[in-house]
Design a protein around this ligand. Structure first.
Ligand code: GDD
Ligand code: MN
Length: 393
């Protein structure tokens, strides 16, 4: 028993010691001022370089950096965590089973408590030396949001190809459809803002695709004072760009979402437009088989139905559900489930239309009612069974 008593004593003493030691060694007691959010997808070799640069340019403030990594296969998250074990300014927020530059930035900002938030790419294409100046502008209360801009005087896009310049210009013009503010570079992925601006927009953000700044600008609740600082878009340090056809399409989806997302979900809109196109395909095939090919009407209609369903499936797979695109065997299984879903949808369509027609409504109202019910059914059920939300792997 005496031994046990001694042991207890020892444990108490050592934990008290540990506590006071820990308190005296707290590395940072000044309040945090700035969180730098860095979205990453396979940027391992850029992590140490960016950290060294941030350390250099942010020496005048208390800052932290949050890497939001979408489960990179090159070990980006591990590289960040390795530094984070000894440097508390560094954190890694790893997301599994999800993708997206904008949504990554949003979650990074939500994970921060700092009064000022910055977003910067990991690949050194953005000029990190601007960060201190951006912070100054905000702290002097000259603006609520500072954008690193390629399109104001002394800014530039660097050695971009002609086609990329053109795409950027077109995308910029399209953004004017949804944006009120006059901003020269709403597509910039490099900016800093007051946390209240983000908080005011947070619940309205679409989070789709690449363009987080445009998302914030179009979701802000009150007036936002904007300042733009010029910088030249540099060349990527290590790794590869992720900008591709998907990014371009997601941009269109995001604009649509901003324009009509409050009325109907943008996916449903795209799904319905594809359905309308499918009707055209159906009629074309029917005409070809029945009138041109001399097949019986029933057979022609069956062929047309299959072609139209397959057409709709393929288009929905690459457009509506691009982020959950099915490939390989999953594509075949998805196609079969889509046939099944649409067959039931067609039955529902005919059933509802007949019912409405039986209730003395004009034929075209009955037809439209059936088509809407069929479309909603197809959309809802296929979103659950055909294009399932990806499970965390
Ligand atoms: N977490 C996460 N998830 N990060 C991503 C994803 C993603 O799905 N896609 C890209 N990133 C990260 C990259 O790792 C990189 O750090 C940053 O986002 C930008 O990706 P890049 O592939 O380098 O894009 P870019 O150079 O073509 O375009 C960038 O600069 C433009 C000009 O400022 C982006 O920031 C554009 O939004 C911006 O318009
Ligand atoms: Mn880049």
């Amino acid at each position: 028993m005496a031994r046990g008593g001694n042991l207890r004593q020892v444990v108490l003493t050592s934990s008290e010691e540990a506590w006071s030691r820990a308190a005296s060694e707290l590395p940072e007691t000044r309040p945090i001022e700035l969180s730098v959010i860095v979205p990453t997808l396979n940027e391992r070799d850029n992590v140490p370089v960016l950290l060294a640069r941030l350390d250099e340019v942010l020496s005048g403030t208390t800052w932290e950096v949050i890497f939001v990594d979408d489960d990179s296969v090159d070990g980006t998250a591990e590289a960040v965590r390795k530094v984070a074990t000894t440097d508390r300014r560094v954190r890694c927020l790893q997301r599994i089973g999800r993708r997206g530059l904008a949504s990554a930035c949003i979650e990074g900002m939500l994970a921060s408590a700092a009064p000022y938030l910055a977003v910067i790419d990991a690949d050194m294409q953005h000029d990190e030396t601007l960060l201190a100046q951006m912070l100054d502008v905000l702290k002097r209360d000259e603006a609520d949001l500072v954008i690193g801009s390629r399109y104001v005087e002394r800014g530039g896009v660097g050695d971009w190809s002609r086609s990329r310049k053109m795409v950027s210009r077109i995308a910029g013009r399209m953004s004017r459809m949804v944006m009120k503010a006059e901003v020269s570079d709403p597509m910039s992925g490099f900016f800093m803002l007051r946390r209240e601006v983000f908080d005011g927009a947070a619940r309205k953000l679409s989070g789709i695709g690449f363009k987080i700044l445009l998302d914030i600008l179009t979701s802000s609740s009150g007036p936002v004072r904007i300042s733009e600082l010029p910088y030249r878009f540099g060349t990527r340090h290590a790794g590869e760009s992720k900008l591709d056809a998907t990014v371009a399409w997601e941009y269109v989806m995001m604009l649509l979402d901003k324009m009509i997302g409050h009325i109907v979900p943008v996916r449903f809109l795209v799904f319905s437009l594809i359905g309308l196109l499918g009707l055209g395909v159906h009629l074309a095939v029917l005409a070809t088989a029945f009138q041109g090919g001399g097949l019986g009407f029933g057979l022609s209609q069956a062929i047309a139905t299959f072609v139209a369903m397959t057409n709709n499936f393929v288009l929905n797979n690459v457009l509506t559900y691009r982020d959950r695109r099915l490939r390989g065997w999953a594509l075949l299984a998805g196609l079969l489930s889509f046939y099944l879903v649409c067959s039931v949808g067609a039955l529902a369509n005919v059933g509802i239309a007949s019912y409405v027609y039986g209730a003395q409504e004009p034929w075209w109202i009955a037809g439209i009612a059936g088509a809407i019910i069929g479309a909603v059914w197809n959309y809802t059920v296929s979103s659950v069974y055909t294009w399932r939300k990806p499970k965390a792997s």
